[in-house]
Design a protein around this ligand. Structure first.
Ligand code: PEP
Length: 251
């Protein structure tokens, strides 16, 4: 189905990649013409952000980061601000990934503050939401995701500085994906919540699906109404796999 907005295929490399991985980025850049209907974004670990941004400059591939601190600078050992990421050449930053929500106890309010920090620095925030297996089994998926959208997405955001990624926690890295109907329902809810939260008449914000997206299951997922692309973990580490997903974006 044709999309109302240009889909985004974003790769989240998580804590993977060394200097030698620049060759994988080169392969993505070289193959990007095989995916004419999608924007391509690679989010390497912080150590590679500046080198990746320099290498991708002037190509069709954008570079993002995986997290930022909410403050612009200050005594926060080990943290990186959105301004620093901007300075390093990135244009996107993922905030509120479920691994950060779990490992670093990030609440919706912290995620919202990080998204605001991204906006302050002129970056697009990719705000992640998604239910756990226990939430889904208890029938609470829509309540949980609805609450995360209300709490994590800053008022006044727009398609120009916000992307939302729906990533069911139980689908991340497991090889298991929700049914098309399940994804459709959650994306419909997110779309509705966003249209009430963001300014009337604004462009639709892109809503990505994430969680075990692979080249062999992406077509069905990318065809779903209100699925405007994918956030890809494991399969984004290999240029051929990542490009195969991006090439499956419908015209
Ligand atoms: C992710 O963690 O953002 C993700 C989608 O991972 P995977 O594709 O490996 O499930």
């Amino acid at each position: 189905m044709a999309k109302m907005t240009r889909p985004l295929i974003a790769g989240n490399w998580k804590m993977n990649g060394l200097a030698g991985s620049l060759s994988e980025l080169d392969a993505i850049i070289a193959g990007s013409s095989s995916a004419p209907f999608a924007d391509l974004l690679v989010c390497p670990p912080a150590t590679l952000v500046a080198a990746f941004a320099a290498r991708a400059k002037g190509t069709g591939v954008m570079i993002g980061a995986q997290d930022c601190h909410m403050a612009p600078c200050g005594p926060h050992t080990g943290d990186i601000s959105a301004e620093m990421l901007r300075d390093a050449g990135v244009s996107f930053v993922i905030v509120g990934h479920s691994e950060r929500r779990a490992d670093h106890h990030e609440s919706d309010e912290i995620v919202r503050q990080k998204a605001l920090a991204a906006h302050r620095a002129g970056l697009t925030a990719i705000v992640c939401v998604g239910e756990t297996k226990a939430d889904r089994d208890a029938g609470n998926t829509l309540d949980v995701v609805g609450r995360q959208i209300s709490g994590s997405v800053p008022d006044g955001a727009s398609a120009a500085n916000l992307v939302v990624a729906y990533e069911p926690v139980w689908a991340i890295g497991t090889g298991v994906t929700p049914t098309v109907r399940d994804v459709e329902q959650v994306h419909e809810l997110i779309n509705l919540k966003l249209s009430m939260k963001l300014s009337i008449g604004s462009q639709p914000v892109r809503i990505l699906y994430g969680g075990s997206v692979k080249s062999n299951n992406c077509k069905d997922l990318l065809d779903i109404l209100h699925v405007d692309g994918a956030l890809v973990g494991g399969a984004s580490l290999n240029a051929a796999d990542f490009l195969a997903i991006a090439a499956a974006v419908p015209k």
